[in-house]
Design a protein around this ligand. Structure first.
Ligand SMILES: [Fe+2]
Ligand SMILES: [Fe+2]
Length: 483
């Protein structure tokens, strides 16, 4: 079933390619511009690979996990990790419980039934640790807790294309811990002289805020070390220093759209969890107002045409309405008034260099808004109440228009700025695809009737929208042929 056919068509029309189909892949000449393959060693604005003939760096020495002065960590030899998990055990009083005791956690070794607080309330779920690589299986390595910048409060199994420095010739087997905003990607990969960055210092606050030098790459291929600063957020987030920002909720009634629907059949626990989910979405919609205001300023700074400016201004107005609808939904379901607190990050420093602009346009606009529109369609389809369904369907329609604006803007930027923009866009699309290969974190509750889709369904629909909508548009722009 081609459920995203009309979304794909509207985006292809925006970039002048309505005749393209979702599959099979278009020939390389389908785009208006030259096809630029994803660089295997992408250029970085701040770190150039050393020229051929330069001597290899001296191989680092040490035992076990070795921290270098520049913050890099590499694995000189295998070690046994502490498998204890510093997360409280499930108390049994949590609202949602997918396990009750450690005996329920048998999928991998060293399982513990832990207690957590998610976006929608308290829950119990299985957490797994490791002692050695053998606990992790083929192609993975056990990364000890407390190593480098690892966020997890326990040892974790990470993808490993090397196991120790001995696998990396003259280079080292580096530890990459990349938190993309949704989950932490832990990877072991060889550092080589072809890498586009050597350490986080190469990805500093200018021009890419919050950047980190991490090992990422397409599934099945060896990862390469490159600067990354994107956040895993669907829709147009307000990203400051690499992280999505949003206002905290507070008790106020002036951000609610007039929306009434029946919630009488929901039990109190479910009401609270679903209200928290919609309050979080409302805060993201509210932050999108700032994001579009900042986008307008970037367009002005880069000399964009009037049409793009007008549409960006209209999109910011749409986001005001989206926030009002979502705060109304959260308030109605939660049985109290919920609105946004202050958002000081709205005026944070703004990057206007071409590479930063194109990277954030691809991730937040072309991918984020397109997946947001696809997700919005599914949410609206599953909601039962007619009034609520109509309000959410309008949001999905607006998001499809915002996605079209992002694609049109990218087309303009590719024409205006040439190879610099094309290479930045190709890299950003590849990273965005890698980011959505995994499902988002599990939600403690699922309630399609009130617009809370499950993590597995969300992951599947995002991948389908990437394949059926984003990919044809990427091909149309002649950026890269995804396989
Ligand atoms: Fe929105
Ligand atoms: Fe939007």
């Amino acid at each position: 079933m081609d459920r995203y056919g009309s979304l794909r068509l509207s985006l292809l029309v925006a970039i002048g390619g309505a005749a393209c189909s979702a599959s099979p892949p278009a020939p390389s000449g389908a785009g208006d511009g030259a096809v630029v393959a994803i660089p295997t060693s992408p250029a970085s604005a701040t770190a150039e690979p050393p020229p051929d003939g330069e001597p290899e760096p001296e191989k680092p020495k040490g035992v076990g996990w070795v921290a270098e002065k520049n913050g890099n960590v590499h694995r000189a030899s295998r070690v046994t990790c502490d498998a204890t998990i510093d997360i409280p055990a499930c108390a049994g009083t949590e609202r949602h419980q997918s396990c009750k005791t450690d005996a329920d956690c048998t999928e991998h070794p060293h399982g513990k039934c832990t207690s957590g607080v998610g976006q929608v309330g308290t829950y119990c779920g299985c957490t797994y640790s490791c002692e050695t690589d053998d606990d992790c299986g083929a192609g993975k390595a056990c990364v000890c807790k407390g190593t480098g910048a690892l966020r997890a409060r326990h040892s974790v199994c990470g993808d490993a294309s090397c196991s120790t420095d001995a696998d990396c010739g003259a280079g080292s087997c580096g530890l990459s811990t990349y938190f993309n905003g949704c989950f932490e990607q832990v990877t072991l990969a060889c550092r080589t002289k072809e890498d586009s960055c050597k350490s986080d210092a190469d990805c500093g606050s200018t021009p890419r805020p919050g950047g980190a030098c991490v090992a990422i790459g397409p599934k099945g291929a060896k990862p390469t070390w490159q600067c990354a600063s994107m956040s895993c957020v669907i829709g147009r987030p307000l990203v400051v220093e690499g992280e999505a920002r949003a206002a905290r909720p507070r008790d106020r009634a002036d951000w609610r759209a007039p929306l009434v629907f029946d919630v009488g059949h929901l039990v109190a626990d479910a009401r609270e969890a679903i209200a928290a989910h919609h309050a979080a979405i409302a805060a993201m919609e509210h932050a999108s107002i700032a994001s579009f205001a900042r986008f307008s300023l970037q367009l002005l700074a880069l000399g964009a045409p009037a049409e793009l400016l007008a549409e960006a201004q209209n999109a910011a107005r749409d986001e005001v309405e989206h926030a009002r609808v979502e705060y109304a939904v959260a308030s109605r379901i939660g049985g109290r008034t919920i609105g946004p607190d202050k958002l000081p990050e709205a005026t944070a420093r703004l990057a206007t260099d071409v590479v930063s602009f194109v990277e954030s346009l691809v991730v937040e606009g072309c991918v984020g808004e397109t997946l947001g529109a696809a997700e919005g369609q599914e949410v609206a389809r599953s909601v039962k109440d007619e009034g609520l369904r109509a309000a959410l369907a309008r949001i999905a329609e607006d998001e499809a228009r915002h996605a079209a604006l992002a694609w049109k803007t990218l087309q303009w930027a590719l024409d205006a700025f040439g190879d610099e923009a094309r290479e930045a866009a190709a890299r950003a699309f590849e990273r965005a695809r890698a980011m959505h290969e995994k499902d988002p974190p599990k939600m403690p509750v699922e309630n399609e009737e009130f617009g809370v889709l499950g993590a597995r369904m969300l992951g599947a629909l995002r991948r389908e929208a990437l394949r059926e909508v984003v990919e044809p548009c990427v091909r149309k722009l002649g950026l890269v042929a995804w396989s």
